[in-house]
Design a protein around this ligand. Structure first.
Ligand code: RB5
Length: 149
């Protein structure tokens, strides 16, 4: 199960991504927003990410204008590793190396075709583990207030 959310700027691109998810029979829950009226991205980021942290969803997909604000908000949710991506390589390697559990994109940055490619590789790439696990553990340590140095 995927949680998907956006602000008003990301709303049209979210619609295109939901079509891709429907066509590929990927279950999702849309946390909003549900119109193109002004809607603050931090709200949908928290709603979608809470579902990942609780285990209700495996990953989150978030869209705002740039992908940046919504990723900043997502990364404040404990247990979320959100990556703002606008290219295929980054969307792939943030799964392989960072075990990212939240993909953020900017509807004013990339088109629907590119965004769907990013979603596809993000959802279908497994974390490599190994040496990368240590680095993720360090990110968690920072979140928990531990000094790494
Ligand atoms: C909304 O106008 C815009 O600021 C928002 O979608 C996003 O780009 C913020 O990072």
């Amino acid at each position: 199960m995927i949680s998907i959310g956006s602000d008003h700027a990301g709303f049209p691109l979210k619609h295109e991504i939901k079509k891709y998810l429907d066509e590929n029979k990927i279950d999702y829950t849309d946390v909003g927003c549900f119109t193109d009226e002004s809607f603050d991205y931090a709200i949908s980021a928290q709603m979608a990410c809470d579902k990942v942290v609780s285990g209700e969803c495996d990953k989150a997909i978030l869209i705002c204008g740039t992908g940046i604000g919504i990723s900043m908000a997502a990364n404040k949710v404990k247990g979320i590793r959100a990556a703002a991506c606008s290219d295929y390589f980054s969307a792939k390697y943030t799964r392989l190396h960072n075990d990212a559990n939240c993909l953020c994109m900017g509807a004013r940055v990339i088109g629907a075709g590119e965004a769907i490619e990013l979603v596809d590789v993000f959802l279908n790439t497994e974390f490599e583990g190994g040496r990368h696990q240590r680095r993720i553990d360090q990110i968690t340590d920072i979140q928990n207030g531990k000094k790494l140095y």
